[in-house]
Ligand binder design. Structure first.
Ligand code: AMP
Ligand code: MG
Length: 653
């Protein structure tokens, strides 16, 4: 296998190996085909397990029932076992009287007396039907008629309320097929047949290692410039979800010796090794070099035409898959699910994953890189003509996109875009679509969460999709949302928001956000000044660095007005959020910038007010009577939200 591999690193020096990287980018399909060819067919070893320990395992062989279930003809109700022919003439006006036999058949009691014509035997739900009887009459449909008799005023069909022996499961019937993942339902079926132990595929042991000097485990203190290890938890959980037994071995520093030792230890006791990080062309990226020394055939693919996920590295070392996932958590997750899960499931004896899929319309054009299979996370909302899928990714570094997304769509490597209006297939993250009750599309504000918190507590599912003010207005005009939060300033009328509404939209006042200059408290260049004076002071000091905002942001307009023609150091640093500005100043990467008061205060920064911005809601009036819309309006007006908004520094309109 290895001889035709131009991208397999040899034991050359470090620099030449680094240059070899990504020389051969395989297509997704080619990478999968080569990986699977190197791994399969393979023996799937099995082991017997007691039922209580078999949950989550795949059955290694078909299970055939060896007994009847139920094992005897059984009563389904509390009542009387009778002969249906005796009741042929029974009616409202012509009751039939039956003599009671001298026994009561409870559950677990074997009957001793036959039911002869003209008699009945009391029987409980689950009791065995006695000889002679062919139907059961419910106790509610009988009347006592003296000490040893009952009266019945309706006919009974033969077999009524009887479950026949073997009607549930008959001997020889295939109960469960090999490959079935054992859950509580399967355990129930096995228990009903008296099966205490089953042969299951041995769960592949998957060692999981994170790599990177910057990684800290959740629960530990985050030191400066460090981040929490997300991939370790994601991969271990996804392994368990797909039939494997995960052994998380922690995060290893980017040190060739340490990493090689850890990888060798992991492989010695595992069937598969999954690493993450260290696949990009960084000085500390070493794991792919180590793989070349771990076994044959070694690296199968290093660089796959996936987005996100290009640095994915697939290897097989002496029969065991070794995978290096890209470092960014969303990239790691997509590549793991798309490429590694199918292999893991096959090794675990499970059938391919059956993901739920729906068709949805794309409301906006999605650009895609030609030549790479691209995954795009989407949020689903209900539109006029069916489901609508909003792309919700924030880039491959963003993990929160996963929480807000309902699923993803895959754009073919040969497509350079999906045009607005395209119908696309969405693979759901969950078995069913949960269409939100309330849809808010537009500009996001932390204050919004304070209002919707009330709705969530009331069980109303709120979906908030951040696409900016203009994107929100467009969605509202297409009737894709209930509200579009906007903060748009109209220079002509010198007013906010109202001039931008069109027909079918009405303004619901939200709150005011004070925009101002932020600096580190105690910075003598700014302390005590007004905005004009503060900017003059900043421009007068060549060592003073600013942080700007992106073109199109309302905040940017204010900054440009204050700066005039000046372009101080830091002007081209243009993050897209209020929080990023505060973080840059707090962490000394910049000395001043402009953000909103609540964010400045939360970050403990000094603040010089500049102008108040109106954050309001464009309501799609046709939807006003919907219960969730009414609930939002009530929450917005409630004392609770007003107090919560005021508390963090918003001024309620
Ligand atoms: P790398 O491939 O090691 O260069 O990593 C690419 C990016 O992913 C860097 O920003 C890493 O900090 C980040 N990253 C790598 N591993 C993890 C992890 N286990 N959890 C979260 N982020 C990670
Ligand atoms: Mg790294």
């Amino acid at each position: 296998m290895g001889s035709d591999m131009t991208n397999a690193p040899s034991a050359k020096g470090r620099d030449s190996v680094d240059q070899d990287q990504f020389l051969t980018i395989l297509s997704r399909e080619e990478a999968i085909a080569r990986f699977e060819a190197a791994l399969f067919p393979r023996e799937i070893s099995s082991e017997p397990r007691r039922l209580s320990e078999a949950i989550g395992c795949a059955l290694a062989a078909d299970i055939v029932a060896s007994i009847d279930v139920p094992p005897f003809d059984r009563s389904n109700v509390d009542g009387f076992a009778i002969r249906s022919a005796d009741l042929a003439s029974a009616g409202e006006a012509t009751p039939v009287r039956l003599m009671l036999n001298d026994e009561v058949i409870a559950c677990g009691t074997a009957p001793t007396r036959p039911v002869l014509s003209g008699t009945a035997t009391a029987i409980a739900t689950g009791g065995p039907v006695p000889r002679g009887a062919d139907a059961i009459v419910m106790i509610e449909h009988t009347q006592p008629a003296g000490p040893r008799a009952i009266e019945i005023r309706r006919a009974a069909s033969p077999g009524q309320f009887v479950s026949y022996a073997g009607s549930d499961i008959a001997p020889g019937e295939a109960l469960l097929r090999a490959g079935t993942m054992i859950g509580s339902r399967e355990i129930g079926m096995l228990a009903a047949c008296g099966i205490a132990q089953v042969l299951v595929a041995r769960r592949p042991r998957v060692a999981v290692i994170s790599t990177g000097d910057e990684l800290v485990q959740p629960g530990e203190l985050l030191r400066p410039a460090a981040i929490y290890d997300t991939n370790g938890a994601i991969v271990a959980a996804a392994v368990s979800e797909n039939g494997g037994e995960a052994a998380f071995l922690g995060a290893i520093a980017d040190d060739e010796e340490q990493l090689e030792a850890a990888m060798r230890r992991a492989l010695a006791t595992s069937d598969m090794l999954v690493l993450s990080g260290g696949t990009s062309k960084g000085a500390g990226d070493v794991s792919h070099r180590i793989i070349a020394r771990l076994g044959q055939p070694g690296i199968i693919a290093h660089g796959v035409a996936l987005k996100p996920g290009k640095p994915l590295c697939l290897a097989v070392c002496d029969g065991k898959p070794v995978v290096i996932l890209p470092g960014f958590p969303t990239s790691a997750m997509f590549t793991f699910h798309d490429i590694v899960v199918p292999v893991l499931r096959r090794m675990a004896g499970l059938p391919p994953r059956a993901d739920a899929k729906v068709t949805a319309k794309i409301p906006v054009r999605i650009a895609s890189e030609l030549g790479r299979t691209e995954f795009v996370m989407v949020s689903l909302v209900e539109g006029d003509g069916g489901l609508i899928a909003y792309p919700s990714g924030k880039g491959s570094g963003a993990i929160t996109s996963f929480a807000q997304a309902d699923g993803f769509l895959r754009i073919d490597a040969l497509a350079d875009q999906l045009t607005a209006g395209t119908e696309a297939e969405v693979t759901l993250f969950t078995p069913h679509v949960r269409v939100p009750d309330l849809v808010i599309v537009g500009s996001h504000c932390t204050g919004l969460d304070l209002v919707t918190a009330q709705l969530s507590r009331a069980g109303i599912v709120v979906r908030s999709i951040a696409v900016g003010s203009l994107g929100g207005l467009a969605a509202a005009k297409r009737d894709e949302c209930d509200f579009a939060p906007i903060h748009l300033f109209d220079e002509k009328s010198e007013s906010y928001n109202t001039p931008f509404l069109g027909p079918g939209l009405a303004l619901v006042p939200g709150w005011r956000r004070m925009q101002g200059i932020v600096f580190r408290a105690g910075d003598a260049r700014f302390e005590g000044l007004d905005a004009q004076a503060a900017v003059r002071a900043a421009l007068a000091d060549p060592a003073c660095i600013m942080v700007n905002r992106n073109q199109g942001a309302g905040t940017r307009i204010l900054i440009d007005r204050l700066l005039g023609e000046a372009r101080p150091d830091g002007y081209w640093n243009q993050p897209r959020s209020h929080n990023a500005v505060a973080a840059a100043v707090a962490q000394h990467r910049a000395d001043w910038g402009m953000t909103i008061a609540p964010v400045a205060h939360a970050a403990g920064l000094g603040f010089i007010p500049v102008a108040e911005e109106h954050y309001d809601f464009a309501l799609v009036t046709a939807r006003k009577q919907r219960p969730a819309v009414q609930a939002f309006l009530a929450a917005l007006a409630s004392e609770e939200s007003r107090a919560a908004l005021a508390q963090v520094g918003f001024r309620v309109a």
